[in-house]
Design a binder for this molecule. Sequence first.
Ligand code: ADP
Ligand code: MG
Length: 190
Amino acid sequence: MTQGRGEEPKSGLATCGARREREMFHRVFIGIGSNLGNRRAYYQKALALIAKLPKTRIVKTSSLYESEPLGDAKNWYVNGVIEIETSFSPPQLLHRLQEIELAIGRKRAADTKKWASRKIDLDILLFDNQTVDSRTLKVPHPELHHRRFVLLPLCELAPHLTHPRLGVTITDLLVSLKDDKRVMLLPPHA
Ligand code: ADP
Ligand code: MG
């Protein structure tokens, strides 16, 4: 058999290399929240920085919601969820998101209380169908199914998606949710 230019038969090694280069993309949902300062601006800044990450693209973004804070915090949150595709692993993605939180000016002092006010909070809600249970990372996010401000925007993007641990859809979780914190849809240009 004759081979034209550039059509040399591939060696086993080259084929193997090509396979390694073909990256595996994961479907990931990220929860975004801000309750300090110009909340919408911080939210949009987070979107812009996530869009700039290597090996990652934003697939869908939810509407924005305004939600009553948890714990002692007084300021209401701006919340939403995005769907991304990424070839980062779960810990790599967490690291990248924490870098973005810091770049936007989130303070992570050792004495910072849980639910303290923050310019930006980025949580990995779901990562394919995977479950992760390490000291620094829990996926699905352990509070996802208790929070209306997460389930409402998530339901906009993926109503039929099944929670990997609970085995029920996001819609079912929302319908049976008992969370009396208020969550309101924000008009697009308020
Ligand atoms: P919260 O989002 O619950 O208010 P923080 O944003 O302060 O709390 O995060 C505290 C720690 O939670 C982080 O340092 C991170 O290691 C850990 N963590 C565990 N699972 C997740 C997850 N799925 N997404 C983001 N952070 C997580
Ligand atoms: Mg967080």
